[in-house]
Every structure is written in structure tokens, then in C-alpha cells.
Write a protein that binds this ligand. Structure first.
Ligand code: C2E
Ligand code: MG
Ligand code: MG
Ligand code: MG
Length: 287
């Protein structure tokens, strides 16, 4: 079940994370409780075009501070737990509602940006009732679907390709577009590209990291090929995990158009995005 991803991080069921069934059960229980109590917070990381002053988009990332331990738990740890415990849909929808509410507030405060990106698991998109919840959330906060991109992560083998495709088609009727996240390392990327309404590709960080090594000529060519594939399919390409100028320059030369990484901007709270105008008291952005 464990799956090795970029940077050698093992996300699912790694012994370090889930050393015993007890540890895992405790974390599942506490995550369920955190979802009840509204303890799941969000941060947003800017995404830029060639203009590095004004973000074109931002990606919403879930954050969880455990009440009992005070510890901040990384999504790399709790997303696999949520997936295994069937909490992922609740988590995704909690994050989605909060992201849309926060985006509406940021926009109203004059601190908005054109496109809001939110992660959703394939599992979540296999549920048809998410369609209504997504529509209701957009309506409640007056956010246009055309401002929203859902990043689909493919940590799972798709159970129900037909249902997934139907849900994505229905959601795209609201103007929401889809990105394939971590492209190049998942289970079924090319199949998904062929069958599903996808508008963006996010090149996995592990390929981006390879660029800093001049010996990795093959990896450079893989990125070039992904950019070429995206251009053939008229998709936007986002490179994530950019940590240095040399990597940024290479990605630009390879034809990437959207850039994300610690070099350009770290994930930040709504309060930080708005200079204190939005989301200062906790819970103001909660749906
Ligand atoms: P992702 O969607 O690929 O998000 C990018 C991850 O890379 C984030 O980690 C971000 O903080 C990190 N990152 C961004 N720039 C850099 C950089 O320059 N260097 C390095 N080393 N890392 C960078 P984070 O926040 O820990 O999230 C990990 C993963 O958890 C996400 O990967 C995403 O797959 C998942 N995730 C986060 N929030 C949600 C959510 O609400 N729902 C679901 N289903 N998954 C989520
Ligand atoms: Mg993502
Ligand atoms: Mg990614
Ligand atoms: Mg990732």
C-alpha cells in the first residue's frame, strides 16, 4: 500500500507515521474530531506567471494543529490517514468550503487573485453528491466557478471511472476547471488525460528537483516532453517545488508558464495574504 513519492517521502502507511495500529487509530480519531471542531485550517501558496510581483493563482493547502499535543501535523501525514479512514471526502469538502469563503473575503478586501486552486482526492470526485455541495458553496459566497481549479491527486486506483468522469463533467458545468496534480508519478496520468476534462498539468516536484542537477539530462527531457504534451493538448503547465533561480530559469526556457515554490512564495494564512484584513480571528473564514 505504501507509495514512494517525490523526495523519498513515503506518504501512505509508512512505519514512521503508523508504527502501530494504536497510533493510527488515535490519529484517525483525532482527525475526525478535528473535522468536527473546525480545527482544520488552510494556507494558500502563490503561483506566478513570468511576472513575479502579482500572483495569477494560489493553491490551498490543508493544515492541522493537534489540540492535544499542540503539534502541527503535515498533510503528507494526515492525508493518507484521512484516505485510509474514509475521512478524505469530509476533509476535502471542509477545505473547499473554507477556501471558497476565504477567497471571497480576500477578493472583497481587494487582496484577491485570478484563480483559486484546491486539492481534491479522486475518491471525493467519485461521490456524486459533491456536485450539489460544490454548487451551493460557490453560490453562498458569490464566487464564480471560472475562478476555481480543482487539483486532482491520484493516490488511488480509480474505482469508478464512469462516475468520476460524470462528476467532473457536472462540476465543470459551473466553470470549474481541473488540474492533474503530481503529474508523472501517479497511477493513471495519461489515461486520465485522455478521458477526463483536464485543463492544467502540475509537474511533480521530483522532476523539478532533478533540474538542479546538471547531470540529469534525461529528466530535463522528460520535463520538455511533458510541456510538449501539454501544449499539444492545450493545457496550462504549472511547475511546483521551485526553490532556486537556476531551476526557475530552466523551467522558463523549457516553456513552463506557471511557477510555484518556496523561491517565489511560501504557503501563507489569509491574514498574511491580506496584511491582517482577513481571517485574523480564527474561524472567521469557516463555512
Ligand atoms: P501538492 O498538492 O503537490 O502540494 C504541494 C506541496 O509542496 C505542499 O506541501 C507545499 O507546501 C509543498 N511545496 C510548495 N513549494 C515547495 C518548494 O519549493 N519546495 C518543497 N520542498 N515543497 C514545496 P503540503 O502542504 O505539505 O501538502 C502535501 C500534499 O498534501 C499536497 O501536495 C496534496 O497532495 C496534499 N494535500 C494538501 N491539502 C490537501 C487537501 O485539502 N485535500 C487533499 N486531498 N490533499 C491535500
Ligand atoms: Mg496540489
Ligand atoms: Mg503536486
Ligand atoms: Mg504532491
Amino acid at each position: 500500500q505504501g507509495k514512494s513519492r517525490g523526495g523519498g517521502t513515503v506518504h501512505a502507511f509508512s512505519p514512521a507515521v503508523l508504527s502501530s495500529a494504536d497510533t493510527r487509530r488515535i490519529m484517525e480519531f483525532e482527525l475526525a474530531e478535528a473535522l468536527e471542531n473546525g480545527d482544520i485550517d488552510i494556507v494558500m501558496q502563490p503561483i506566478f506567471g513570468l511576472d513575479r510581483e502579482h500572483p495569477l493563482a494560489a493553491e490551498t493547502l490543508a493544515r492541522w494543529t493537534n489540540r492535544r499535543t499542540g503539534e502541527s501535523i503535515s498533510p503528507a501525514t494526515f492525508i493518507p490517514v484521512a484516505e485510509a479512514a474514509n475521512l478524505i471526502t469530509r476533509l476535502d469538502l471542509t477545505v473547499f468550503r473554507r477556501a471558497i469563503a476565504t477567497y471571497a473575503e480576500l477578493t472583497a478586501a481587494g487582496c484577491g487573485f485570478p484563480t483559486l486552486m484546491v486539492n481534491v482526492s479522486v475518491r471525493t470526485l467519485e461521490q456524486c453528491d459533491v456536485v450539489d455541495l460544490v454548487r451551493e458553496t460557490l453560490e453562498r459566497h458569490g464566487v464564480a466557478g471560472t475562478s476555481v481549479v480543482m487539483e486532482v491527486t491520484e493516490n488511488f486506483v480509480i474505482h469508478d471511472a464512469h462516475r468520476l468522469s460524470e462528476t467532473m463533467q457536472a462540476i465543470s458545468q459551473f466553470g470549474i476547471r481541473f488540474a492533474l496534480d503530481d503529474f508523472g508519478i501517479g497511477y493513471t496520468s495519461l489515461r486520465m488525460l485522455a478521458d477526463l476534462p483536464v485543463s492544467y498539468l502540475k509537474i511533480d516536484q521530483s522532476f523539478v528537483r532533478d533540474l538542479s542537477n546538471p547531470d540529469h539530462r534525461r529528466q530535463h527531457r522528460i520535463i520538455r516532453a511533458i510541456v510538449e504534451l501539454a501544449s499539444q493538448l492545450e493545457l496550462h503547465v504549472v511547475a511546483e517545488g521551485i526553490e532556486d533561480e537556476a531551476t526557475f530559469d530552466q523551467l522558463r526556457e523549457l516553456g513552463c508558464e506557471l511557477f510555484q515554490g518556496f523561491l517565489l512564495g511560501r504557503p501563507a494564512s489569509a491574514a498574511a495574504w491580506s496584511g491582517g484584513k482577513v481571517g485574523v480571528g480564527k474561524g472567521t473564514a469557516a463555512a
